[in-house]
Design a protein around this ligand. Sequence first.
Ligand SMILES: [Zn+2]
Length: 382
Amino acid sequence: MTESQTLQPAMTPTTDQIRRAPKVLLHDHLDGGLRPATVLELAREQGYDRLPESDAARLGEWFRAAADSGSLERYLETFAHTCAVMQTRDALFRVASECVQDLAADGVVYAEVRYAPEQHLEAGLTLEQVVEAVNDGFREGERLAVAAGHRIRVGALLTAMRHAARALEIAELANRHRDHGVVGFDIAGAEAGFPPTRHLDAFEFLKRENNHFTIHAGEAFGLPSIWQALQWCGADRLGHGVRIIDDITVADDGTVTLGRLAAYVRDKRVPLEMCPTSNLQTGAASSYAEHPIGLLRRLRFRVTVNTDNRLMSGTSMSREFEELVQVFRYSLEDMQWFTVNAMKSAFIPFDERLAMINDVIKPGYAALRSEWLFSSELRSRG
Ligand SMILES: [Zn+2]
C-alpha cells in the first residue's frame, strides 16, 4: 500500500451514492425482471389464472422464495409464469418499457437486456414481431426515462435456448436486426448435457458476419463449459464464468497460480458477466464474502457486476453493489473500475463506448468523489 492510500481513507459510497452512481449492466433477462404488479395485471388482462398469489408484494416474495428454494422445478416455474404473460405485442412492449424505466431510475446508464424470442410465440407472434415489440418498448422506456430525469441507452441481446434446436435461426434473426436495437446474441439454459458446441453453426455464422455473442458458461458446470465457450465457440464474453475460480490456486502463503485457461481469460481480457445474488441462489457461490468476484477483482480479471434476474433475485444493480461494498469494502474507485470494465465490454461500437466512459461514467464518479470529499471535510471540522 502506498503512503497516499494509507493517509486518505477509501471513499466508501453510501447507499444513496451507489444508487446515483452511473452503472452499466450487461447481463439482465427481460423475463426475469418484471414488476410483480405488472405480472398480476397482465395475467388478469389475458385470463391467465395460474399465478400462485394475487397480491403484488406476496407475489414478489413468492418469486424470490421459489428461486431460493434450491428446487429446479420451482425455479423453472417462475419463468413459466413470466413468459406466460409475455405473449402479445402489448405485453412485450410494456415489460420492455418498464424494464428500461426501472433500470434508469436505479442509475443504470447503459444496459444490454436479453430474451429468447422463441419463448414468446404462443399467441401467434412471429420471431420478427417479438423483436419489434421489445425494441419499440425499449425506445419508449428510454423516452419516459428522460422525461423522469434519467438518461439511459439499452440494447437487446437475442438468446437461443441450449436445449432447443433454433440457435442458427435466432442468430440470423439477431444479425438481421443488428444496428436496429439488437447488439448481439447469447445462449442460455441448463449447461449440463447441453454443451455450447451443439450450436457451433450459430456461432460460426455470427463470426463470419463479424457479429458479437456471449455464452452462459461456467455457472453450474465447470471449466470444460468455459473452455468450450471460448475455444470452440469463440464467445466474446462469458455469462457468469464463476467456475474459472477452479483453475486458480491460492497457496497458504497467499501465492496465486493461474492455470492455462484462467491465464488465457485474464490475458485476453475476456469479460466475465458476474451475477452475485443469482449465483448464491443457484448454489454457484455460498456467500457474498466467498463469491469469486472478490479474488477475481484483486487479480484484475475483466470482471463486471450484473443482476441476471431482478424479479427472482429481488435485486437491482444498486443492491448488487451494496452487498459487494459491504463485504469487500469497495470504494467509489472500485465501483468505477467495475463500471468502466462493463462499458469496455459492451457490444456497441468502440467510439460510442469510449464516449460513454469519458463523458458519462468518469464525470459521474468524479462528481460523487467530490461530494464525498466535501462531506468528509465537514465531518472532520465537526
Ligand atoms: Zn443469465
